[in-house]
Design a protein around this ligand. Structure first.
Ligand SMILES: C[S@@+](CC[C@H](N)C(=O)[O-])C[C@H]1O[C@@H](n2cnc3c(N)ncnc32)[C@H](O)[C@@H]1O
Ligand SMILES: CC(C)=CCC/C(C)=C/COP(=O)(O)OP(=O)(O)O
Ligand SMILES: [Mg+2]
Length: 297
């Protein structure tokens, strides 16, 4: 699929896709940021198979798949490999949602262009509801759902994830894939706890600063400035979950699994300049890439 055509042709004309709610000046900044985002490192990777991600990758690099040519064919292979690692990250997140049936509803909080939502629907056959602050992203995600003829099962809306348009106990599972660093964690987990049924599962993959390092390192501060986000500590995640009836079932340090992705990305023509901060902070132990899966009790 050619993303340049799809993203410009689509507009969020259906006003029912906008859920009004309290939006802070900061959230206005974040909406504008994602409305204006069109980095090749995201669009060209998404063009590989039509799954558009705004998260990073995990797993070993397949050097055989990369080959050793130094031409445009090599660049194509590298892009395909980075995309494979990003989709592997989403598969890992989804694998921690537990048994989800086709009658269930899942909630993607901070859904971006919707790549994880499509994967969730393909995996479980269930309904998937996403929210993002960006009207452009929601329109893009809904355009993809239409192209795949799954628009009756997969829907993105423009809405604040701290006040989602779902009934109490409606969701069998919910997640944040690299979107929790834009909100207060107590507010976020209170809202997930509300929309999840008792026994439902919450999963996040996130970057967090490591309390063992002491305070956020200069690299973590650089990542915050680059994305206008506010990375939390690992301790803060666990404390805010405990305070909101979310009991961790798995806490997995994915830092060693994400480093190969960053090292490969740093060699590509699609670098954005943030690669060094991720690599250095993962190596010096100040920053960690983690998956946390929790039961709503
Ligand atoms: C880095 S992107 C991740 C997108 C997606 N989860 C993925 O894995 O591709 C962060 C997303 O969080 C969303 N976001 C940030 N703050 C939000 C809020 N308060 N309410 C809803 N979405 C929010 C942004 O609009 C954006 O879609
Ligand atoms: C792990 C942390 C701290 C993530 C911050 C949130 C974020 C911006 C994720 C990636 O988005 P992207 O895919 O749009 O970024 P990029 O353009 O760098 O690929
Ligand atoms: Mg990206």
């Amino acid at each position: 699929m050619d993303s340049s055509v799809t993203s410009t042709e689509l507009t969020a004309t259906d006003t029912s896709l906008f859920i009004p709610g309290p939006v802070t000046p900061y959230q206005g900044d974040i909406a504008r940021y994602w409305d204006g985002e069109a980095r090749p490192v995201n669009l060209r990777l998404g063009d590989v198979d039509g799954l558009y991600h705004h998260h990073y990758g995990i797993g070993e690099v397949d050097h055989a798949a990369l080959g050793d040519a130094q031409d445009s064919e090599a660049e194509k292979k590298l892009i395909t490999e980075l995309h494979r690692l990003e989709s592997a990250q989403a598969e890992l997140l989804l694998s921690h949602l537990g048994d989800i049936g086709s009658d269930d509803t899942l909630v993607d909080a901070g859904c971006g262009r919707g790549g994880s939502m499509v994967m969730a629907h393909e995996r479980f056959g269930c309904r998937v509801e996403g929210v993002t602050l960006s009207a452009k992203q929601a329109a893009f995600a809904n355009g993809r759902a239409r192209e795949l003829r799954i628009e009756d099962r997969v829907r993105a809306r423009v809405c604040n994830m701290l006040s989602m348009p779902f009934e109490t106990g409606q969701a069998a599972g919910s997640w944040n894939n690299e979107s929790s660093m834009y909100v207060d964690l107590h507010d976020l987990f209170a809202e997930h706890s509300r929309v999840l049924k008792v026994g439902g599962r919450y999963v996040t993959i996130t970057g967090c600063w490591n309390p063992r390092y002491g305070q956020p390192s200069k690299w973590v501060s650089q990542i915050n400035a680059h994305f206008e986000c506010n990375i939390h500590s690992r301790r803060e995640y666990l404390r805010a979950m405990a305070d909101n009836r979310l009991v961790p079932q798995a806490v997995i340090d994915l830092t060693p699994d994400t480093l190969p992705y960053w090292e490969l990305r740093a060699t590509s023509s699609l670098v954005t300049g943030i690669e060094e901060a991720f690599i250095n902070s993962y190596r010096d132990g100040s920053f960690q890439y983690v998956l946390i899966a929790a039961d709503r009790v």
